[in-house]
Ligand binder design. Structure first.
Ligand code: CO
Length: 262
């Protein structure tokens, strides 16, 4: 039996983002030494940028078809997504489509924030991962993507969960839910720590969170008289947060073992 793991990322093309993913991939290879481990990217724009940087990349469909052609029997797909939103639904649809055409068994692992256990665990990790230089009274904001998708409620749940652990830590999103406008009245310190709630540091972090444009969260907070301390570190760079995705991968692997036995 030939087994493979397909790690799915959005498609970060910058060097630091790629090296962060390589570290995660090494951990997956250590955990599953008998599996072939590969990458696929969901963003066509991201893949275009990778191509411009001279790096070949596959979409999820292309990677799965290639695996079928190479004779893999089982594939565990593990997305490095934060919530099971639209990007995740598209992934599930692609997998269902490929499964309908092939005898290959494919199981999809869950994103970072899927159930209450994830929320509690991630909240604990976020609060524990704060920079040492942050004073206990200083506000910290994690900026996530957010959307109108029902699963975007996970960001709100995570905000409640971090607040229970440290009332100066907040989770907000660019789109819907707890936006920056909602967070501002809660802030009480002059200096604000600003961190991304994205697996890797990409354009949303560099531009929408930390960018120079007046619309970035940093600029908007500075316009209100705050000093912003930006931390450019993706969630997957934190070992204990990365472990949540790894555990989801292990769980998906167990599922496929059960399927294959039948
Ligand atoms: Co976006």
């Amino acid at each position: 039996m030939k087994h493979a793991i397909l790690l799915v990322a959005y498609g970060v093309a910058n060097h630091s983002g790629r090296s962060v993913l390589a570290v995660f991939c090494a951990r997956v290879r250590d955990l599953f030494p008998t599996c072939s481990v590969r990458w696929a990217y969901t963003s066509s724009l991201g893949r275009k940028r990778l191509a411009q940087a001279g790096i070949k990349s596959d979409s999820v469909a292309k990677a799965l078809l290639r695996m079928r052609y190479e004779g893999f029997h089982t594939v565990i797909v593990q997305p490095l997504q934060t919530i099971a939103g639209r990007e995740h639904n598209d992934l599930l649809a692609t997998v269902a489509d490929i499964c309908a055409q092939t005898p290959m068994q494919v199981v999809v692992g869950s994103p970072l924030l899927t159930d209450q256990e994830d929320i509690d665990r991630v909240a604990t990790c976020l609060v524990a991962s704060l920079p040492r230089e942050r004073e206990p009274y200083e506000d910290v904001i994690f900026m996530g993507h957010g959307s109108k998708h029902p699963e975007a409620v996970r960001y709100q749940e995570l905000d409640w969960a971090v607040q229970l652990r440290d009332k100066h830590v907040h989770v907000g999103t660019m789109e819907g839910g707890v936006t920056l406008e909602v967070l501002v009245p809660r802030l009480s310190s002059r200096r604000i720590w600003l961190l991304p709630l994205f697996s890797t540091v990409g354009r949303h972090t560099l531009q929408d969170m930390a960018g120079d444009a007046p619309t970035s969260w940093r600029s908007r907070l500075e316009a209100l008289g705050h000093l912003c301390q930006v931390v450019l570190q993706g969630t997957i760079e934190d070992t204990s947060l990365a472990q949540v995705w790894l555990d989801h991968l292990v769980r998906a692997k167990r599922m496929i073992n059960e399927v294959v036995r039948i």
